[in-house]
Design a protein around this ligand. Structure first.
Ligand code: HEC
Length: 153
């Protein structure tokens, strides 16, 4: 009997300490050091956390690549993202006016870490009532093609 209560107590305490740890100041500190920001946070300077460090985007939209991106998007993203209006997640239309291309690709490729450690992804998660962005097993090439599609919206 007594031991049962002890086990329950232990489980509850562990759950509470894990929960608060994720949103704690430590994660913030890490990102701030990485991006070298002191007080003001600018999402347009944030490249996010993940495999994409630097990408170059041509002025002209690559229509062939965008068409491929649209196909993948329709298959794997549309359940939660309508192209031009807010749904379960934000609309990708105009996303590059508020995010860097690297951030967008890292969000697609590495959402679990992003929503835990990146300040902008964390804010977005709260804004969307803690509905997490899903990892759809996308390759870098597919993510890049979807980025090109977002430019056409
Ligand atoms: C199960 C639902 C779901 C699926 C499927 C999903 N997402 Fe998301 N996505 C979200 C939610 C919810 C958010 C916002 C909250 C968050 O980040 O946790 C989000 C955020 C994003 C963002 C950040 C947008 C912004 O305005 O900053 C991008 C980019 C994104 N998703 C792209 C995609 C792509 C591309 C796919 C398909 C490969 C996809 N998502 C599949 C739910 C989903």
């Amino acid at each position: 009997m007594y031991i049962k209560y002890l086990i329950i107590l232990l489980v509850v305490t562990t759950a509470i300490s894990c929960g608060s740890g994720n949103q704690g100041a430590d994660a913030d500190k890490g990102t701030e050091q990485k991006t070298g920001e002191a007080t003001v946070h600018d999402p347009m300077k944030n490249k996010g956390i993940g495999p994409i460090k630097n990408i170059v985007i041509a002025n002209e939209i690559d229509r062939e690549m965008a068409a491929k991106g649209e196909e993948i998007y329709n298959l794997k993203c549309k359940a939660c993202h309508k192209p031009t209006e807010k749904f379960i997640g934000p609309a990708p239309k105009g996303v590059l006016d508020r995010r860097t291309p690297e951030w967008v690709m890292n969000m697609i490729l590495n959402p679990e870490i992003m929503i835990k450690e990146d300040p902008d992804a964390k804010a977005l998660l709260i804004e969307y009532n803690m509905a997490p962005m899903a990892n759809q097993g996308i390759t870098e090439e597919e993510a890049r093609a979807m980025l090109e599609y977002f430019r056409t919206l």
